[in-house]
Design a protein around this ligand. Structure first.
Ligand code: SF4
Ligand code: SF4
Length: 54
């Protein structure tokens, strides 16, 4: 399971790397749709702020 934490700076890098567009930025918050996520880990390894716990 992936969790985007408070230290997210909304740089949106993770949105670009997700192969299934599971990450969205809405209402000022980046979040992962767990029903779509494949748990590939790409977002966590791409986050420059280490804001995604994988
Ligand atoms: S783990 Fe993979 S599929 Fe899930 S949100 Fe991150 S990049 Fe997307
Ligand atoms: S890459 Fe990290 S800091 Fe950037 S929007 Fe995604 S979770 Fe937030």
């Amino acid at each position: 399971m992936n969790v985007i934490m408070e230290k997210c700076k909304r740089c949106l890098v993770c949105i670009g790397v997700c192969p299934v567009q599971a990450i969205s930025d809405k209402d000022g918050k980046v979040s992962i749709d767990k029903s779509v996520c494949l748990e590939c880990g790409c977002c966590a390894s791409s986050c420059p702020n280490k804001a995604i716990e994988y």
